[in-house]
Design a protein around this ligand. Structure first.
Ligand SMILES: [Zn+2]
Ligand SMILES: [Zn+2]
Length: 364
């Protein structure tokens, strides 16, 4: 098996050994090179064009899951990290040797099936070297980060992992009823008692509201959660193409933690919030007494998409930090260690500033 670490040039050095697609020239195993968007042989440097992907189709949520919605046992293999619990899906025949989330080698093959098969994939748009550059640039701008974090980040810490997401489309029809208020000031009393007071003019509102939502993205994994995902968004999920094994060669995929129905509930919550905001946006108000909205969803479509995320892991003073790089735009977000010296310094500065101000106030 060819270790990805041997790869040169733009190919990511991800610790996945693959034997799925053999090089026609030398028989070694090929990997997906995200910089060149080809299959690449790390052994002899041969390249092979990717198969052209079709635009991914969306599915009707009312249709049940058919047998072909699931991975077959001979397609993939699931690894589990004993240290942090992360579950990784790889093409059959590939081996994960390191956990992308905690960086340890405690990854073991399981007998588990991988579950739902992705309908679509948004392929990685660049390789690991570039992901490292984005991470370093991001780290450099973290004022409180210790020098060790800024300087010691390297390819070891960055791994390409497809994050499992569901996208939902929905046509919504809502009826609403509520009461909103607008503040105004008025003068009351007379003579010495004359003063200005603020009062509220209340108004009942009701009506219908319809909208269309396209590709509401809900993450199905906890290790790269909704907050992390929202912070490195957008991902052009509409450009997702039909899933093919070739995009996973040498990369990993995270096994989902939440089922379709659970994610659909989350999507409805997200849409409900947007609908409320958009209804209220039609009015001029200062306060909302109440707003009851009842919404029905029609023509709901979904797709299960793998989106490309470089996962960074960094251990500092025995604590683990994860950060995430959007594999199409480079946008980075996540946790990082904070230097006690820098934080302490700032608190000290604040205390000095406070003392100085207090001193002058006491004299004045
Ligand atoms: Zn070769
Ligand atoms: Zn782990």
């Amino acid at each position: 098996m060819a270790e990805r670490e041997l790869s040169e040039g733009g190919a990511a050095r991800i610790k996945v050994a693959t034997e799925s697609v053999k090089c026609a020239g030398c028989g070694a195993n090929m990997v997906f090179d995200a910089d060149l968007q080809v299959l690449y042989c790390p052994h002899c440097g041969s390249k092979k064009e990717l198969e052209v992907g079709q635009t991914a189709k969306e599915k009707d949520i009312l249709e049940g899951l058919s047998a072909d919605a699931f991975w077959k046992a001979d397609e993939t293999v699931v690894f589990r990290c004993d240290n942090c619990g992360a579950k990784i899906v790889l093409n059959k025949g590939e081996t994960a040797t390191v956990c992308p989330f905690c960086g340890t080698a405690h990854v073991e093959k399981t007998e588990e099936l991988a579950g739902l098969k992705p309908d679509a994939v948004l392929p990685f748009a660049f390789g690991q070297d570039k992901a490292l550059d984005y991470s370093k640039n991001w780290a450099k701008k973290r004022f409180f980060a210790p020098r060790k974090f800024k300087r010691n980040l390297d390819a070891e810490n960055i791994n390409g992992v497809y994050a499992p997401c569901f996208t939902f489309d929905s046509s919504t029809y809502s009826t609403y009823r509520g009461r909103i208020g607008k503040h105004y000031t008025t003068t009351v009393g007379s003579g010495k008692n004359q003063r200005t007071v603020t009062r509220t003019e209340w108004k009942n509102i009701s009506g219908n509201y319809s909208d269309f939502f396209d590709d509401i993205v809900i993450t199905a994994g906890d290790k790269c959660g909704q907050k992390e995902l929202d912070n490195i968004s957008p991902f052009d999920t509409n450009a997702g193409i039909e899933y093919k094994e070739q995009y996973l060669l040498g990369f990993m995929a995270y096994h989902y933690d939440h089922e379709l129905s659970e994610c659909w509930d989350s999507a409805k919550k997200k849409m409900d919030e947007l609908i409320r905001k958009r209804i209220l946006g039609k009015y001029n108000y200062d306060v909302v007494d109440y707003l009851n909205v009842s919404t029905t969803h029609e023509k709901v479509k979904y797709k299960y998409v793998m989106i490309p995320v470089y996962v960074g892991n960094f251990t500092f003073k025995e604590k683990l930090y994860n950060f995430f790089v959007n594999g199409t735009t480079g946008k980075t977000f996540g946790k990082y260690p904070k230097s006690p010296l820098k934080v302490g310094g700032l608190i000290l500065l604040g205390a000095i500033a406070f003392a100085v101000i207090a001193y002058f106030l006491s004299k004045g």
